[in-house]
Design a protein around this ligand. Structure first.
Ligand code: ATP
Length: 329
């Protein structure tokens, strides 16, 4: 069963903004990253999944149930993007309140079993020491940890986290990353809306990219990164490490490469000892092989040649540029 399954899901604000026609599947047990620049429609999409926004059109199922059903809500943990707990409550009180919101009876919310669950979850997010303090005195990072504790409190099968680490310091982010990996190991599905690309790169099995309210790409992360290399997003980047380089070499190899490839070649760096690093955007491997023959014929020594490794940041920028109509770099 897909944990999230949407078809043509649309929600706009009086016909503007929001997101349109989103068809997306999130399999069980993965960490799924939702990416996109500011205003792409990510929070709108997440709020529909969490039952906070009603779609204008389209269809969606969360945990196998249509949106907003109580059966799904019980197994869903949600951390909203901007939230604030009542200043005068302690974390324990906040969590007990969340237990009640999640459907626990007043008696169950006061039971010793639930009290120990509260302590467990506070420990999980690193807030044990602050369990008796008032939330009003919490830093932004502590508030965010408490939000995460609330999302995990009722042992959800699916957690939807809207920017869970935006206020955390590097140690906090590391801890939350470890926590999310542990959740995945337990079979929990994590749907993550985040701007932190290094988190996505380290954590996510799959990702989707929204832009201007539309879904531009979705799938396993390695495939998405690979697709930026297969020529569909403006060719493949290759790098060549060369020896015997002279100041006039660039003009020579450009000349020898011919019209089609001369402008694809650029010098990344060179030193007075004749070492140089060149990059080229080529259509396919054959063109890269042809450039190797050009370098050798020009009397250069080839030390290394290979495709540029694609970071998620490159991919993100290329996706956004391709949509803006700008030439992919
Ligand atoms: N309540 C609202 N009323 C009117 N327009 C809205 C509202 N919420 C969002 N929008 C618009 O819908 C579009 C998508 O916004 P949304 O917050 O979903 O994007 P996002 O990808 O989550 O952005 P960010 O990364 O900045 O949080 C934007 O153009 C935004 O201005």
């Amino acid at each position: 069963m897909m944990m999230i399954d949407t078809e043509q899901l649309t929600k706009t604000y009086n016909g503007r903004g929001g997101c349109r026609g989103i068809t997306l599947q999130v399999p069980q047990g993965c960490i799924f990253g939702l990416l996109g620049p500011n205003g792409a429609g990510k929070s709108t999409f997440v709020k529909m999944l969490a039952g906070l926004h009603r779609p204008d059109s389209g269809r969606a199922a969360v945990l196998g149930h249509p949106l907003g059903r109580a059966e799904a809500r019980r197994k869903l943990g949600y951390l909203p993007e901007l939230f604030r707990f009542q200043d005068w409550l302690t974390p324990e009180e906040v969590l007990r309140f969340h237990g009640r919101l999640g459907g626990l009876s007043s008696k169950d919310a006061r039971s010793s079993a639930f009290r120990s669950r509260i302590r467990e979850v506070l420990e999980l997010v690193g807030l044990s020491e602050a369990a008796d303090r008032r939330v009003g005195g919490f830093s932004k990072g502590m508030q965010q940890r408490l939000g995460l504790a609330a999302a995990l409190l009722l042992e959800p099968e699916l957690v939807i986290l809207d920017e869970p680490a935006s206020a955390l310091d590097p140690v906090g982010r590391y801890e939350i990353r470890s926590l999310l990996k542990k959740l995945r190991n337990k079979g929990v599905t994590v749907f993550l809306n985040t701007h932190l690309l290094e988190d996505v790169e380290e954590l996510c099995d799959e990702a989707a990219f929204l832009y201007g309210g539309e879904l531009l790409a979705a799938g396993p992360l390695h495939k998405l990164l690979g697709s930026a290399q297969d020529g569909s997003a403006g060719g493949m980047g290759w790098r060549f490490r060369l020896g015997g380089w002279l100041p006039e070499s660039l003009a020579e190899v450009r000349d020898a490469a011919g019209d089609e490839l001369s402008s694809a070649l650029s010098l990344v760096e060179s030193d007075p000892n004749g070492n140089a690093l060149l990059s080229a955007r080529v259509a396919d491997r054959e063109q890269a092989g042809y450039l190797v023959s050009v370098f050798v014929r020009s009397g250069l020594t080839l030390y290394e040649a290979g495709p540029e490794t694609n970071s998620l940041e490159d991919w993100f920028i290329r996706m956004a540029q391709s949509r803006q109509g700008g030439a992919p770099q």
